[in-house]
Ligand binder design. Sequence first.
Ligand code: SF4
Length: 220
Amino acid sequence: MKGEDLASTEEKQRTRQIIARLRKAYPDAHCSLNYSNPLELLVATILSAQCTDERVNIVTADLFRKYRKAEDFASVEVAELEQDIRSTGFYRNKAKAIQGACRLLVERHGGRVPATLDELLELPGVARKTANVVLGNAFGTAVGVVVDTHVGRLAERLGLTAHTQPEKIERDLMALVPQKDWVDFAHLMIYHGRAVCKARKPECASCVLEDLCPSSLLKI
Ligand code: SF4
């Protein structure tokens, strides 16, 4: 099953059931990154690549006290920024991306984070996932579904996609999940992926989605 096939009424109905059950299980599901404005969320999301949100939050607690505006990130020596974010891993690439994005924000947007997908995608180091996180959480605009490692794994296990590439998984999810749920859907998948449907050892016996899941270990 894939693409258009997945968007059958039956599959949409099953997807709605999945969302309803996860909402009940995780009523407080939200973005785990700490931020107080769109710029902080943009930076935190860039830092979260290949890093846990917990680690990012530790780093940004100091980082956001030191760098308050896009101008601050744009003008610092990149070596200093690298050291400030070092423990998140891949710090050279991340520092380059943050500084490049912030320079463009200063040059083209008066230091503000733009609220459209096209403008966000023009920023260095900002791909669709990061843009979706920022738009959905900082601006409340659902233009897509965030597909990270948890969302991708669960979508595949739950039979919501037959793809492995994030862009294709997102397309399948956008066809199945009601748009009003796009932002929350990613949070719910991430919470369930961390708590129950873990990468190495899914806990199917205690999963609220067990009867809806084609990959349940109890069915084998
Ligand atoms: S039944 Fe198992 S594989 Fe399916 S969603 Fe639940 S934990 Fe994951």
